[in-house]
Design a protein around this ligand. Sequence first.
Ligand code: NAI
Length: 461
Amino acid sequence: MKRHDLLVIGAGPGGYVAAVRAAQLGLDVACVEKEKALGGTCLRVGCIPSKAMLESSELYAEARDGMARHGVVVGDVGLDLKRMLKRKERVIKTSTSGVEYLFKKNRITRYLGHARFAGRARVLVSGDGQETEIEAKNIIIATGSKVAALPGVELDGDRVATSTEALSYDEVPAHLVVIGAGYIGLEMGSVWLRLGSQVTVLEYLDRILPGMDAETAQEAHKIFRKQGMMFELGSKVIGARVEGNRVTVERDGADAIECDRVLVAVGRMPNTDGLGLDAIGLAIDERGRIPVDDRFATAVKGVYAIGDVIRGAMLAHKAEEEGVACVERMVTGYGHVNYDAIPGIVYTHPEVASVGRTEEELKEAGVEYRKGTCPFRANGRARALGQLDGKVKILADARTDRVLGVHILGPRAGDLIAEAAVAISFGASSEDIARSSHAHPTLAEAVKEAALDVDGRALNI
Ligand code: NAI
C-alpha cells in the first residue's frame, strides 16, 4: 500500500496544475494517469495539436492565397502533409515532456494506469498487468471529458470519427462533412478547408457557436461562408453509412450528403468511465457530471472533483483555475474561481473571443447596459496586417459603467481578450479601459476605442 497526502486522478490541465500547486504548498502529491504521455486531451489530442495544425494550415493558405497581396512572390506552393503532421507530433511531445519535467521538479509521484475507487480514501491503479493500492487523505477527480455520441451515427475511428482522428487524416479529404458548428467543428473545419477540402458543416440549431454572443457569431458565420466553408443550419443528422471510402450522411427532412469523411463534433460529456464511483457511494447527475460544492468537494468526505467532469464550461483554463482553487482551499482555507471572467476562444481565422455576459444574457436578466464597438477596419495596425474583418464589442452596466461582457471577432482576438478578462476580474469600468494608454499602433487600440464608444466619445470611428 502506497500513501500520499493528495492523489490526483488525471493529468490533464486541471489535474496536473492541481498537483503542481499542491506540491508547492507542501503536500506529498501523487497523480494517476492511464496514458503514457501526461497532459490529457488538451496536450495530446486537443488544444495543442489543433493549434499546431491551425498554424501550419494558415501558413499554407497564406502562402497560396494571401502573400501576393503583400507583394511577396512565392512561386508554386506545395503541401507536405506528412511533414506537417510530424511537426504537430513534435509540438505534442515537447508539451507532454514539459509536464513530466514539472512532475519531477515538484517531486510529484506518477502512477501509470487506470484508477478506480476501492474505498473512500483508497484507489486501485491497474496498469502493466499489476495493481497498486494507494491511500490518500484527499483525492481529486480530474478525469475530464469524452466525445458525446450522436444517435444513429456510429464512430468507426476512420471514415466517421472525432477530432482525434481529424488531427491526423493522412490525406486531405475531398469532401469533409462536419457535424456541429461549435468550437471543434469550426476549428478543424478551418484546418481542412485551408488544406484544400470542401467542407460542409451541418448544425442542428439555426445559428453557429451557440452560447456565444449572437451578433458576433452571426458576423463570424458570414466571414466563414466567404472563406468557402458551407453551412447547413437546422440540419438534424440521423445516420451515417460507410461504404468503402465513401460515407452517406442522412438527415431528417433533407437530402442525404455524400462525402469522404465525417467529423462528429456535437459536444463532449464528463468522463467517469470505470472510476468505481459506486464503491464510495458517489452519484453523478442527469448529465453525467459529478456534483460539487463551491470548494469542489463532492458528497464524499475527502473526495473532490474539478474540470470537465463537473458543471461549467469544458475549457482547459477553467479546469486549471479550479485545480488551483481546490488545493489552495484544502491547504490554506482560501481559494476562489471568478466564473464571470473565464474567456472562451475559437481559434479560427479571424479568432472569436468572448468573456463575461452576452447581450442576450443581459437582456434576459433585465440588466440595462451600454454598448461600445470598434470595427478593426478603423484600426491602423489591422490595416497594416491586411486583416479588417470583425470588431470589438464592450457591454457595460448603464448605471455603474462596470464592464459586464466583451466580445471580439478579429485578428488575435484570443490574445486581446486577456485585457478584458483582467478588467472584469478587477471590476473595471469601461472608462478605466478608455483612460488607460494603449500603445500605437496595436490591435489593442480597438479595445480602447470600443471602451470610448461606450460613452459615445470614440475618436477614430
Ligand atoms: P460545442 O458544444 O462547442 O458544439 C457542438 C455543436 O454541435 C453545437 O453547435 C450544437 O448545437 C451542435 N449539435 C449538437 N447536436 C447536433 C446534431 N445532432 N446535429 C448537428 N449539430 C448538433 O462542442 P464541440 O465543438 O464538440 O467541443 C466540445 C467541447 O470542447 C466544448 O465544450 C468546447 O468548450 C471544448 N473545446 C474548446 C476549444 C477551445 O477552447 N478553443 C476547442 C475545442 C473544444
